[in-house]
Design a protein around this ligand. Structure first.
Ligand code: PEP
Ligand code: MG
Length: 608
């Protein structure tokens, strides 16, 4: 029997593939055998994870307020005792050594063993303590997950021509990077039970051109390993074990989509402009240096956002200045003089460094360490805040970007600015990095432009300091929406509140475009909204002339622009500004879209 599941589609398109379920637990635990030579490394991972959790629990206990109920401290003490019990902390090490299995596997085997012992106890209170053991082990597993990822275990080999659809409770961006390396071309798409459509995980999926559906609440109880799946991410639908008719229908649709893509490719060499001849820059967002190929392939006018943090993730040592320079200059050279906007490290929130990489960092000021528990990481030490807290990390990256500027047209973009002092400090760091290179007699573009991301509402509402001190602005709508509407963009339980068309969000965007443009500063949108066909006319009407998006979306947006008249779009933006309900706004945009399409279909063919 076929079955349909509904979620939110992320990257566009349809794929058919075989399900591969990632461990049916809260955490995706990978289990594999190791070589004898890797035992020490695996035991060290376990030790490290246990120490981190110990510190985490200690800090939690220290932070418990004096008037908190006694049970809170008792509960933390209990967890600390469980953690230190040799049944949990010693036995897994022995399992790693004797059975040659990875740390996660050893820990889960031991977890089940300990829980069995608890569950055999007559006393109700003790029996229920197995829940605490599970929670402690989960903490350790989470810490292990921050370490080097392990290979994807496949239950059975794929047959010729078959592709894989990963089905997981949740996936972090680091996992996605890892799966891309591991499964390569056989990876067809993702389904996750958690996650919002603009989480960084899904941005990566989109950048890999992998259709994905997030927020499919019952995915792992309905889908079985090896099931045939159709992912229709345009409709946010998963068809499990499809009947032959559905398979035929979707195969036809995949063919039609392929033909449409081929037709779009004809637009590659054409200048992007509106029907009334207004030029619009279409830029590419990239995550890794290799992605520059996709940008070139789509005929992008430049790279509007290079998310550099992915170079820093999934590794135990941070990239050196030279390694970073290689990556940045590779992109700058490949773009042959077209602009390349390199964003400084936006680490934090859902993008985390490996524990061992973090340990090599020294904090500014008292030389302390970052707290091991972040109560609210999206509001915590992220992006520019992180860079200012770790000056060496920031300076190393700035020197690498500056050196790359001798090999193309490079610009520096600073994420998550909200305060004047952050802008000023960031500029001082750029000046310091320049001095250091001058002392070393190394070349760079002395007039390199430094811009700022507008992704915190406070920045959008107080643009004065930004336009006075910076050379360009880039609207990060993904975060702007998250912070304006107070919803975590990676939390599926509030994904229904993630509303790009909320009037407050639109006002912030419109105000930024207007203020930046009036001050003579180029303004772009580099959040997901820029590549959303439903929002193109509205953004154009607000005065936007630079859109930066995933390369896969670029030609579709170019085609849409050919159908649009900037004055009509301006009137649409003015009408929308008077509406207060996102549903009404969406309906107005859809009407406008239909009208533009019909007009384009009626108009005689003109040379673009
Ligand atoms: C954004 O917030 O819109 C943005 C482009 O940055 P990121 O998605 O990497 O946070
Ligand atoms: Mg952002």
């Amino acid at each position: 029997m076929s079955n349909q599941l509904i979620g939110q589609g992320v990257a566009r398109g349809i794929v058919i593939g075989r399900a591969h379920l990632l461990a049916p637990s809260e955490l995706d635990i990978r289990q594999y055998h190791i070589q004898r030579g890797d035992v020490l490394h695996e035991v060290a991972r376990l030790n490290n994870a246990f120490s981190l959790v110990r510190a985490e629990l200690e800090q939690l206990r220290d932070n418990v307020a004096g008037d908190a109920p006694a049970e809170v401290k008792a509960f933390l003490d209990l967890h600390r005792m469980i953690l230190d019990d040799s049944l949990l902390c010693d036995a897994p090490r022995d399992l790693v050594r004797t059975r040659l299995i990875n740390a996660e596997w050893a820990l889960t085997i031991q977890l089940e063993e300990v829980c069995l012992q608890f569950e055999a106890i007559d006393d109700e209170y003790f029996r229920s303590r197995s829940q605490d053991v599970r929670q402690v082990v989960e903490r350790v597993l989470r810490r292990l997950a921050g370490g080097r990822p392990s290979p994807v275990p496949l239950a059975r080999k794929l047959e010729e021509g078959e592709r894989l659809v990963l089905v997981a409770h949740d996936l972090g961006p680091a996992d996605v990077l890892h799966f891309r390396q591991d499964a390569g071309g056989s990876l067809a798409g993702f389904i996750t039970e958690l996650g919002g459509p603009t989480s960084h995980t899904m941005i990566l999926a989109r950048s890999l051109g992998l259709p994905a559906i997030v927020g499919v609440a019952d995915a792992r109880s309905t889908i079985e390993e090896g099931d045939l799946l159709i992912i229709d991410s345009d409709a946010g639908r998963v068809i499990v074990r499809p009947q032959d008719e559905a398979l035929d229908e979707y195969r036809q649709r995949i063919l039609a989509q392929g033909q449409a893509r081929t037709a779009l490719r004809k637009l590659r060499g054409k200048l992007s402009r509106t029907k009334d001849g207004i030029p619009v820059e279409l830029l590419a967002n990239i995550e890794m240096p290799e992605d520059v190929r996709d940008a070139l392939d789509a005929g992008a006018d430049g790279v509007g956002l290079f998310r550099t943090e992915f170079l820093f993730m999934n590794r135990d040592r941070l990239p050196s200045e030279d390694e970073q320079f290689e990556s940045y200059s590779k992109v700058a050279r490949a773009m042959k003089g077209k602009p390349v906007v390199i964003r400084t490290l936006d680490i934090g929130a859902d993008k985390v460094l490996n524990a061992s990489a973090r340990q090599s960092l020294t904090m500014a000021g008292d030389g302390g360490d970052a707290p091991s528990v972040e109560p609210n990481p999206a509001l915590g030490l992220r992006a520019i805040r992180y860079c200012l807290a770790y000056p060496d990390l920031f300076l190393t990256q700035l020197r690498a970007i500056l050196r790359a500027s001798a090999h193309g047209t490079v610009r520096i973009l600073v994420p998550m600015l909200a305060h004047v002092h952050e802008i000023e400090q960031a500029l001082q760091f750029v000046a310091r990095a320049k001095e250091q290179l001058q002392e070393r007699h190394q070349k760079f573009d002395t007039r390199i432009a430094v811009g700022g991301m507008i992704e915190v509402p406070a920045a959008a509402l107080n643009l004065g300091p930004f336009v006075e001190r910076l050379k360009f602005l880039s609207l990060g709508t993904n975060d702007l929406i998250q912070y304006a509407l107070a919803i975590d963009r990676s939390d599926s339980s509030v994904a229904y509140l993630y509303e790009p068309l909320h009037p407050a969000v639109l006002q912030l965007i419109h105000h930024t475009i207007r203020t930046g443009s009036r001050a003579g500063l180029p303004v772009s949108v580099c959040g997901e909204m820029a590549g959303d066909l439903g929002s193109v006319e509205l953004l154009l009407g607000m005065g936007l002339r630079r859109f930066s998006m995933n390369p896969a979306q670029l030609l579709g947006v170019k085609q849409r622009l050919f159908e649009l008249d900037s004055k009509v779009a301006g009137r649409l933006a003015a009408r929308v500004a008077r509406l207060s309900d996102p549903l009404e706004i969406r309906a107005a945009l859809e009407r406008a879209q239909r009208a533009a399409r019909n007009a384009a279909a009626r108009a005689p063919r003109r040379r673009a």
